[in-house]
Design a protein around this ligand. Sequence first.
Ligand code: CP
Length: 312
Amino acid sequence: MNKSLSVSNLLGISDLNINDLNLIFKTANYFKEIINRPIKKVPTLRDITIANLFFESSTRTKLSFELAEKRLSSDIINFSAQYSSLNKGESLIDTVNNILAMKVDIVVLRHPNPGAAFFLSENVNSIIINAGDGSHEHPTQALLDSFSLIEKFGNLKDKNIAIVGDVLHSRVALSNIYILKKMGVNIRVCGPKTLIPRHIESLGVEVSYNLIDTLKWCDAVNMLRIQNERMNFNFFPSNREYSQLYGLNTDVIKKIKNEIIILHPGPINRGIEISSEIADSDQAIILDQVQNGVAIRMAVIYLLAKKININD
Ligand code: CP
């Protein structure tokens, strides 16, 4: 296995090869063991500074990156668009170049616009990590989802994994499709026709509009949140009807009989895409995903920082 990533930024899963994935998972395993020790911190990145630039709301990703950076002993600055000079008309590139002038090495960017991380990587001189760009990609989420599945199943080759819900607006869905395809998984997306992108089969996935059939077929299901913030009109009649047809609840689980693993990227709309009993059940690995997120982000930051020879 190569000891270094083939990329200098993490913009999307589509850029990574299978060696990159295996290296990230192996490194995350190492960091997971460390963060479960009484002393959870390593001095590895004490010479580097990371800016977390969040232009869109986040709980898990923002705190997980921040904790990963602290566990690696890096210095951190947090930027909140709401209180910045962007309000006075400053551009994204000028904002980031001013931050980089303060000797920042890595930028973690969450942005509502697809392609924002790529745009920044083409226009500023820094390592860029995409923490979610609109409905495009969320690479660290897909990495932590796959890492959590590997912990449950071992090798994912030939496993059947379903992605259910608002696939149309979901960066989690696209990044998961890219990563699971690279690992030889059979993928089925399921949801109302209005929330499944046309021609999605061209990515090598099956499409179903029937939740029960899909759950009977799969070994694990990733339940997606309805992304109301990305919808300017209704894509289905009501939340009640959506949850009757596509919500995962105890009645549905009884009908399918097989023991499936349940993932959700969070935040959860309890009672819409998933009921509280199921979200809090032993079949759900939602909090394992969150825990694994810190180790995955430590691995990504460490491996990208290595490329600038600040540490080794
Ligand atoms: N899963 C995820 O991206 O959650 P946040 O929006 O809270 O970061």
